[in-house]
Write a new protein. Structure first.
Lengths: 120, 417
């Protein structure tokens, strides 16, 4: 089963950190990414630019309206995601728990839909 | 590279034979498997333009052996132990095909390779990937596309699978007699998983996945030829043929799923049905009964019904009773409940579902909710049926199933019940 692990954080928190602290955080990410690559579980992932760069798009009565900023205003924002394929939901949670943002903010684990299906 | 179909068929058929010869001769499954892949790729490029050699098998063995020596040499050079390479393989040995390379040997290595690739120490995804590459002769890129993962991810899985096999210390020979039944069961399960990956595809962008169905049938057919007296191998082959016969009717053009009862049976593949029925009938008459044979027998009863309402449900119930006795699992109970409802009315089926609720293993599984929804709908309890359809729709991770379940729920709402 494929899972998307959504990374939530508040960039303001990390801005207050020392460089060493930030490097240690990136180090943890590197170790985990290497492990997931070697295990064949890593499918992909992207980091997202700060939510201040987001544009929210709405179409109403055929008219497109674009506003600056994210759809949901919150201190925590979606910072990126990784997609993994693993044997159980427990394993997906285990991977999410290893991602450093889980210690300070939260990770959301969501199964990815596929288009296969069994007729009933 | 687009290989023409005839060359590709030939290469895929020769792949396990060539690998078998290499592993026998040099005893290195891991490196040998890489070398065979390279030889297959070279052939796929050269043969369509230059024509296939007179002795395709010998050609592949020679090229693969040369690649293997090159690999071993460069590795050994790196370790500054050149003399070891000379001892391992003499260059003269590679100049011409060894005696016997031209003709297939009297023993076929396909089964030995399948046992190795489906080693119980590997996870199912690894068993599947390695089987498709080493026995099926598919490239890593093709396997990756079929499983919708990046090629690098699939390459890593295959490489790890080979390392795991190495770590178990398994050698390239048939498992001991007393382990063979259990190991064969794993092989059949892997082939069944490959089949299902292809069969459940709902067409469209994942069309390549459906080729897995044909590949699973091809490999199971090969095993059946090698073990013609094994009832479960024959049963699995019959099950695949009979299931695959329904593929043209199981989805509409807009990719929505069509339930068995509503399928246009004129679109079922009669050639596959005839072969499947003949095979399962012959097998049931002489082999000890097993789960794949029973499932094939159930599929055969569906295939024999010209219309959904002609289905011999009491017979299907009887077969599910045997299946539950010899191979109990909650999914079998679920299908049994459907059969009971169709044979004797929804109440009996709903009672069986209650045993699954108590059992707990299918808790939160969308299939339990979906079956309950269908039986409640049969029973005329439309409000409860709608709730169960909606629950199933939220729980499934399949877009096609979600679309179907949501539509069933909406239909009950639209009826005004």
């Amino acid at each position: 089963m494929k899972y998307m692990l959504l990374i939530y954080n508040n960039p303001a928190t990390y801005e207050g950190w020392s460089e060493d602290e930030r490097n240690a955080l990136f180090g943890e990410v590197d170790v985990l990414m290497k492990e997931l690559t070697e295990s064949g579980e890593l499918i992909g992932g992207e980091a997202l630019a700060d939510a201040s760069n987001a544009k929210t798009v709405r179409v109403r009565d055929g008219v497109t309206a674009t506003t600056d900023g994210p759809f949901a205003e919150a201190k925590e924002q979606l910072a990126g995601y990784l997609t993994v394929e693993c044997e159980s939901p427990e394993r997906a949670v285990e991977i999410a728990a290893r991602w450093p943002d889980a210690k300070y903010f939260a990770m959301e684990v969501r199964p990815v839909m596929d288009t296969s299906g069994t007729e009933m | 590279v687009k290989t023409d179909a005839r060359v590709e068929d030939l290469l895929r058929q020769l792949a396990p034979q060539v690998l078998g010869v290499l592993v026998r001769r040099y005893g290195q499954f891991d490196a040998g498997e890489d070398a065979v892949q390279e030889a297959l790729l070279a052939a796929a490029v050269q043969w369509p333009t230059e024509g296939a050699p007179d002795n395709p098998r010998g050609w592949l063995i020679t090229v693969a052996a040369r690649r293997l020596t090159d690999q071993v040499r460069s590795e050994v050079a790196r370790r500054r132990r050149e003399d070891a390479a000379a001892a391992l393989i003499s260059a003269a040995e590679l100049l011409a095909p060894a005696p016997g390379d031209a003709q297939p040997t009297d023993h076929d290595d396909t089964l030995t390779l399948l046992f190795l690739c489906c080693h119980p120490a590997l996870s199912a995804p690894s068993q599947i990937a390695l089987t498709l590459r080493a026995v099926g002769g598919l490239t890593t890129a093709e396997i990756a596309r079929a499983f919708l993962v990046p090629e690098a991810t699939m390459a890593q899985r295959i490489s790890r699978a080979k390392q795991s096999i190495k770590a178990t210390g398994s050698s390239f020979r048939m498992p001991p007699e007393q382990e063979r039944t259990d190991r064969l069961r794993v092989v059949l399960h892997v082939l069944y998983l490959i089949f299902n990956e292809g069969y459940t595809t709902t067409s469209g962008p994942e069309l390549q996945r459906s080729e897995l169905t044909g590949e699973a049938i091809r490999l199971t057919r090969a095993v059946h030829q090698l073990l013609p007296d094994d009832g479960e191998v024959a049963g699995l082959l019959a099950l695949m043929l009979l299931t695959d016969s329904r593929r043209p009717a199981r989805t509409r053009e807009d990719r929505t799923l069509v339930p068995l009862a509503e399928q246009d049976r004129n679109r079922w593949n009669q050639k596959l049905i005839a072969e499947g029925i003949e095979l399962i009938t012959r097998t049931l008459a002489r082999a000890p009964i097993g789960p794949y044979q029973l499932q094939a027998a159930i599929a055969a009863i569906h295939a024999e019904a010209a219309r959904a309402e002609d289905t011999d449900w009491p017979q299907i119930v009887a077969l599910y009773q045997v299946l539950e006795r010899i191979s109990p699992n909650p999914m079998v109970t679920l299908n049994h409940a459907v059969a009971v409802a169709m044979a004797n009315g929804p109440q009996g089926g709903l009672q069986l579902l209650a045993t699954l609720d108590a059992d707990g293993r299918l808790d939160g599984h969308h299939r339990l909710d979906a079956v309950r929804a269908h039986l409640l709908e049969m029973a005329g309890d439309h409000a409860a049926a709608r709730t169960s359809y909606q629950l199933a729709a939220r729980r499934t991770t399949s877009l096609a199933e979600q679309r179907y379940l949501t539509a069933r729920a909406a239909r009950l709402t639209d009826d005004g019940h």
